[in-house]
Design a protein around this ligand. Sequence first.
Ligand SMILES: *Cc1c(COP(=O)(O)O)cnc(C)c1O
Length: 388
Amino acid sequence: MHIETDVVHGGQHPDKVTGALSPPIYQTSTFAFRDADHGARLFKDEEEGHIYTRISNPNIDLLASKMALLESAEAGSVFASGLAAIFNTVVSVAKSGEHIVSDDTIYGGTFTLLKEIMPTLGIEVTFVDATDLNKLFDTINDRTRMLFIETPANPTLKIIDIGECAKLARDKSVSLCVDNTFATPCLQRPIELGADIVLHSATKYLSGHGDIIGGVVVGKKDFNKRLWDKGKEIGASISPFNAWLILRGLKTLAVRMERHCFNAFKIANYLAKHKKIEQVYYPGLSIHRGHDLAKRQMSAFGGMIGFDVKGGKEAGKVLMNSVELCTLAVSLGDVDTLIEHPASMTHSTYNEEELRACGIGFGYVRLSVGLEYADDLIDDLEQALAKI
Ligand SMILES: *Cc1c(COP(=O)(O)O)cnc(C)c1O
């Protein structure tokens, strides 16, 4: 089936008992055993069934298998947040004394997790520009277990060649993990391009309505078993209701992404012509450095735009303080259009040198284009830019 059909029907069937088309919410901590032997068998993995919601729950399992289907993966696991998904992934592939290579342009929270927290567990992390394949090759050593990339990258929308990274990772016997939050499986399926692990902040496009925090990881069956053997003990499990909300959000993912892409393309073209804008970063513009690559590995260019305002940080501030329809807030992939300043907000964990190295300027503004009518958003940006 096509993904437009899979987001609606994939893995879902009417409830066996009541016929309910929408899955019932299993808002329960624990599950009653038929008898003592049944409980013991469940704990020994000799029989399938639910024990306790930190370990498994029907809503969470349905979301995990649906995401595996959408990403062409064998299996998946769901976590309380995107960062919990990344933490559990890293500690499942690497242990103390081992090494991770990450692209230098990643979500600020992930950057801190890898740069500050992982070394306290003895896991060393090297940051490198993964578009430079020679440098990337040299950075991987015999203790390296994983290569981590985001593409399009948060917040600069840098595009990294997933297929080339996968080849390199295979040659060096390390896993390639792609954070697919910006693209979603509707626009890009990294596993089909050779990646081993794909993860998401489900907080963003997957749920789509800005009302929950969640994370998803998918990959091979044996990796997923290792991941969840640890994950259920680390305990960053999602609530059944949040899993249910993500499942509901997924039903409209394909149509939402179409509109996000349509609006973003229109706004990127508007901004590119605006005299108060220095530069626009949108993979769908032919001037974007990664445009040709994005055309090859993505089916459309997404709903995220970055731009440098002429006049730097102060001009950017005037813009962000003057918008009326767009909301000044972090997060992304929401129905509502959100505008923010990465250097002082989502990526404030980067120091000045690190910001410069990955090209996040002080006048750089990030726009998560929502589902409003594009011309209404353009009118709002127009009146706000006029105040600069
Ligand atoms: C938001 C985000 C994360 C972190 O996800 P949370 O759900 O906030 O924990 C990870 N990666 C990317 C690309 C993000 O945008």
